[in-house]
Design a protein. Structure first.
Length: 343
């Protein structure tokens, strides 16, 4: 499996001509009966060896964390971070393996953060809430810095999303430290952070509207990070998982899901629909349960939502054409509709 950035690298290296790359993109688009930009490609696996190496990497990192933890808590994070960077020098920088690169990036940033957490625990595990918030903001800032250093060296697309998520943690920590009462209103803060990450994702997306470079891969992961930060706070504030969800709340959830679908079609990204799926499933279940279909409520819910998602997938392109057509001049900043990928 080859990503768009792989094709660009091949063209830059002279392995294939720009015309051949364009012809390949057009052929794939025709064979899928959809424009290349609507396929939302991203590279997760380059072959089964990715899975094999990812399992081995996981075993090594878990073992190192276990050994480090048995000596002193901070050492676990140190060993994981060092090993993740060293392994990335080969499997990411030389072999360009997708899944192991993602795991190693997460392990490196997580190892750096875990080291600092371990140090704080060793010093004093019983800081005040305000102090913990300040420490959390500092750890988030260091994690974002670690992600930036990793990006400069390896340029793994998910790295920018990891850094953005760390900066959201910094904002949350600083807000709670400055206003301790804000910890009771954490969901609105997360929502603002999610919208900021979404805006960043759109900035990357708009810089590569035809989705042919690594910038599109970066945008994909940013959308994947932004989606739960937007969906979960919204639905939690609505009280979706309260014991007795009312008909009005269930109806609002369904309307919001339709709004998310509109946004997803407009920007040609499906992450927002996936992140909010659990909430709409529960809301639909509650509606069927309230209507008296107690035993088959989940079955009816799965049938209705599954059918709706399949229909959306099958008619994604014509539906997207309709949605983008309502946006006027704004459509010029979105991925093109109906045009096959060209050179």
């Amino acid at each position: 499996m080859y990503s768009e950035s792989d094709l660009d690298d091949a063209v830059a290296a002279g392995a294939i001509s720009r015309e051949a790359a364009a012809a390949l993109r057009s052929h794939v688009a025709r064979s899928h009966s959809a424009p290349a930009v609507d396929e939302e490609h991203f590279k997760l696996l380059s072959g089964f060896n990715d899975i094999f190496v990812a399992i081995a990497v996981g075993l090594v990192l878990v073992a190192l964390a276990w050994i480090g933890q048995s000596i002193t808590t901070p050492l676990a994070g140190v060993l994981v971070a060092i090993a993740a960077w060293g392994l990335a020098e080969y499997f990411t920088r030389q072999r360009r393996m997708a899944l192991p690169s993602i795991l190693l990036l997460i392990a490196f940033v997580g190892g750096v953060a875990a080291t600092l957490v371990g140090i704080m625990v060793e010093i004093d595990p019983d800081f005040s809430d305000r102090t913990n918030a300040m420490i959390g903001a500092g750890i988030g800032l260091v994690a974002a810095g670690a992600a930036w250093v990793h990006w400069k060296r390896f340029m793994v697309p998910i790295t920018v999303a990891a850094g953005a998520a760390s900066l959201v943690a910094v904002a949350v920590g600083l807000t709670v430290a400055a206003i301790p009462a804000a910890k009771d209103t954490i969901y609105p803060i997360l929502l603002v952070g999610g919208l900021a990450v979404f805006a960043l994702a759109m900035w990357w997306d708009m810089s590569d509207r035809e989705r042919r470079t690594r910038r599109s891969d970066v945008a994909f992961w940013l959308h994947l990070a932004a989606a739960p930060l937007i969906a979960h706070p919204v639905f939690h504030m609505l009280g979706v998982f309260n014991e007795n969800i009312t008909f009005d709340i269930a109806a609002i959830v369904l309307v919001l899901y339709l709004a998310f679908a509109f946004v997803a079609l407009a920007v040609d990204r499906r992450a927002l629909l996936v992140s909010s799926l659990a909430y709409v499933l529960y809301a639909m279940y509650s509606l069927f349960h309230t209507a008296g279909a107690v035993e088959l409520a989940w079955a009816f819910t799965a049938l209705v939502i599954g059918s709706a998602l399949l229909t959306l997938s099958a008619f994604w392109h014509p539906m997207r054409r309709m949605v983008v057509g309502t946006l006027g001049s704004l459509s010029e900043k979105l991925p093109p509709v109906g045009a096959m990928a060209t050179a």
